[in-house]
Design a protein. Sequence first.
Length: 447
Amino acid sequence: MEQNRRDFLKASSLLAGGALLNPIQSYGYNSAVDDTIRVALIGCGGRGGGAAAQALSTSQNVQIVAMADAFKDRLDQTYSNLISKKYKNAAGAPVDALTKVKVPDDRKFVGFDAYKKAIALKDVDVVILATPPGFRPWHFEEAVKNNKQIFMEKPVATDAPGIRKVLEVAEEAKRKKLNVVVGLQRHYQANYLAAIKRIQDGAIGDIVGGQVYWVGSSPWMKERQANQTEMEYQMRNWYYFNWLCGDHISEQHVHNIDVANWVKGGYPVQIQGTGGRAVRTGKAYGEIFDHHTLDLVYADGTTISSQCRQFEGTWNKVDEAFVGTKGRIDSFERKRTVLKDYKGGVIYQHDDKGDKDPYQVEHDELFAAVAKGEYKFADAENGAKSTMTAIMGRMATYSGKMIKWDEALNSNINLFPDKLAWDASPKILPGPDGLYPVAVPGKTVVI
Ligand SMILES: NC(=O)c1ccc[n+]([C@@H]2O[C@H](COP(=O)([O-])OP(=O)(O)OC[C@H]3O[C@@H](n4cnc5c(N)ncnc54)[C@H](O)[C@@H]3O)[C@@H](O)[C@H]2O)c1
């Protein structure tokens, strides 16, 4: 019967030919036959494991049925974590973890092409893409090619060719009516949704300025181990290499830059900025900067300033603030989400009572849509354009030039290795002193 369900789906998609009917309508999750939504997890690290657990905690009947990772130890660790968690069925009763995490050894795929094997599985309905962002364009392309519903983490690429690929595949996903949720979870967070809706409705007038921040400490770093090839070392220590990570301006600060774009209702036409490596200068930190500041200039001339830095022992702030012609918002922290006029009057104050964890909400909503056969989410285009904004910021700080949107998006600088294999060379290599080349503003060419 399961096979019949799949065949029906395949046949009805094929029937529709080029102009697919909504393929999801024929999944029949709610049929008496089988309402299970089967998930493949691609990228079994911290976030992948978290996203899988959130998928399993929705009120749908979800199972993880395949896992793929470049490294066996990462996959095994996340599998162990997932089977040691407590789960409930749709009726809220506790269930054995092994009924939710059904991943036999022949469905645990390892290596650079592991993603293809997991995505190709016919019984997989939804894929979670949670590798480092450098791989996202290829994994997204494969998922759409195989008609999967998608949750993919931000950022969605690390260079302009990758962004163009995501934009192209996003169109195909729309054409096929495949839901795509991107992990820019502020779009699923009640206080952001409520305040930004009011801003868009004119509550504080036209937005004429603002600041967005991700300033704080340094994340994890993995030391080089004996006998590692350069490819393995960079893959393990991926945060510090642009082909994998995109620099922290994109990896993390994309969240805040995306909020600026959301509030402005568009993407910057030009960006200039400055940055460098002030503190984190050792060879373990690859090629990325440890601080960046930007002027994001929008089509109406508004400048939003952006700041991100990763210095230990310094002031922390991950937040956004905007000024409008009639009022302002100073913070999006849950309890401080207040729109005010210039006399101090409160226009809107968010009450966060009952607000849900946005990481859970994005899965609740995606899986509810899949179960109902609804096509509701097309986040990839904004995910790509906000990631592009962050990459454009990196281009500005690395070069010290004014960078325009069109020239940045059309850049042919491709950071991805020509070949993916453990003994292949990434494009960036250390010098004889073990240090990697780092951008020099005024000299480095980025477009
Ligand atoms: N939305 C959020 O708030 C949020 C929070 C944390 C992480 N993230 C995003 O999630 C992604 C992963 O971050 P993380 O913290 O889980 O990193 P991580 O290093 O813990 O996990 C990444 C996993 O992907 C695997 N991997 C690498 N290349 C692969 C490939 N080609 N094929 C299959 N597997 C591969 C790694 O071995 C690792 O297990 C990043 O894009 C990050 O920005 C988002």
